[in-house]
Design a protein around this ligand. Structure first.
Ligand SMILES: NC(=O)c1ccc[n+]([C@@H]2O[C@H](COP(=O)([O-])OP(=O)(O)OC[C@H]3O[C@@H](n4cnc5c(N)ncnc54)[C@H](OP(=O)(O)O)[C@@H]3O)[C@@H](O)[C@H]2O)c1
Length: 337
């Protein structure tokens, strides 16, 4: 049985981009599971851009304290159990963060039905396309966006897990779907495998507002925003009347002490725009139904997903920092050896 746990904790609050010295790898002794407790050995952990804000301050959840384990989702295997609901060998998922093992009393822990994960549905999907990123796209686009056939949907960070899933759902709803991404390779993936109608490489255009105008000649009806900042303003400038702007994330702002802010507010009046922020956990009670539907789409080949997996718990901080350099191609995970 394992006797030690390796875990990444917050060593200091980052200023600007996260740096190696903001994280500390600790090795601590593992306690034996007590009554009704179980021990989980991590197989994969998730690396999430939204975690950046909570390393500095409160977000929709409280800020992480210095010395606490960095949060993230985990897929793991039960290796010891005193809990009648979980047996040794069960695959489980929960929010246990960047560590090799977790003790749990079963609360907040979901058992994965191993028979469900076959063919294109890999077990990692539980913390990716069927986890928080995929659910963010599913509820953000459909509930806040209310897409209608023939409308134009613009999506930033389109090659990332949230953007990629949102775009494929928008296509299923009969929308003209345009992505924005940060490289030629990402744009080729967005228009190729993902089936978007067009993709703007924002790093190559002289003026993003004009580039959006060119790619969306009929205007933008829904903007699914993962980036914020200047990109948000360039999208707002191209909106149609009654357009919906879904604020999923603001990855271009997370490392800034002072956010840039929205400048183009007059258009909210002239074009009767609606902008709404999304917290995916508000839909918690509907997660199971959404996962069943998306799982079906994956099995039918209607929804695809790409994962970008690095090997070894020690790679977690670099994998995290790379998110803010556009390094990831798909859902960033770490395989825990
Ligand atoms: N509201 C919610 O409940 C909720 C839940 C989960 C996630 N989110 C948010 O959803 C967004 C997408 O998350 P994700 O997991 O799919 O990650 P992601 O889109 O893969 O995020 C990383 C990507 O963001 C882009 N990026 C990084 N810095 C940028 C900058 N300065 N300007 C423009 N683009 C930049 C890069 O892609 P390029 O190479 O294309 O630049 C990078 O590869 C994030 O903002 C996240 O916080 C929200």
């Amino acid at each position: 049985m394992p006797t030690t746990n390796q875990r990444w904790v917050l060593a200091s609050r980052p200023e600007g981009k996260p740096a190696p010295e903001n994280f500390r790898l600790e090795e601590v002794e593992l306690a034996d599971p007590g009554d009704h407790e179980l021990l989980i050995q991590a197989k994969y952990i998730s690396i999430d851009p939204g975690m950046r804000s909570r390393l500095s301050a409160d977000s929709y959840a409280a800020a992480l304290q210095v010395g606490e384990v960095i949060e993230g989702a985990m897929v793991g295997e039960v290796v010891q159990s005193n809990n009648e609901k979980f047996a040794v060998g069960d695959l489980v998922t929960g929010g246990f963060g960047w560590q090799s093992h977790a003790l749990s009393n079963g609360r907040g822990l979901a058992k994965l039905d191993a028979s469900m994960f076959q063919g294109p549905l890999r077990v990692t999907a539980a913390i990716g396309v069927l986890g928080i990123p995929g659910l963010t796209s599913y509820f953000g686009l459909q509930d806040l966006g209310q897409p209608k056939e023939g409308e134009t949907v613009l999506i930033s960070s389109a090659a990332g897990p949230v953007g990629a899933t949102a775009g494929q759902i928008a296509k299923m709803k009969g929308c003209r779907t345009i992505g924005i991404a940060g490289s030629k390779e990402k744009c080729a993936y967005v228009t190729g495998e993902l089936g978007f109608d067009a993709c703007i490489n924002y790093k190559e255009v002289a003026n993003l507002e004009d580039a959006i105008k060119g790619a969306c000649p009929d205007g933008v009806d829904i903007y699914f925003d993962n980036v914020g900042g200047e990109m948000l303003d360039a999208a707002i400038a191209n909106t149609n009347e009654r357009a919906r702007i879904i604020i999923s994330g603001a990855v271009s702002e997370y490392n800034k002490a002072e956010p840039r802010g929205i400048r183009n507010t007059l258009r909210f009046i002239t074009h009767r725009l609606r902008m709404e922020g999304l917290v995916v956990f508000d839909y918690f009670k509907q997660f199971r139904d959404a996962q069943a539907e998306m799982g079906g789409w994956i099995m039918q080949g209607k929804l695809i997903y790409t994962e970008d997996i690095s090997e070894g718990l020690e790679t977690a901080p670099a994998a995290f920092a790379g998110l803010f350099e556009g390094e990831n191609f798909g859902r960033r995970l770490v395989k825990v050896n």
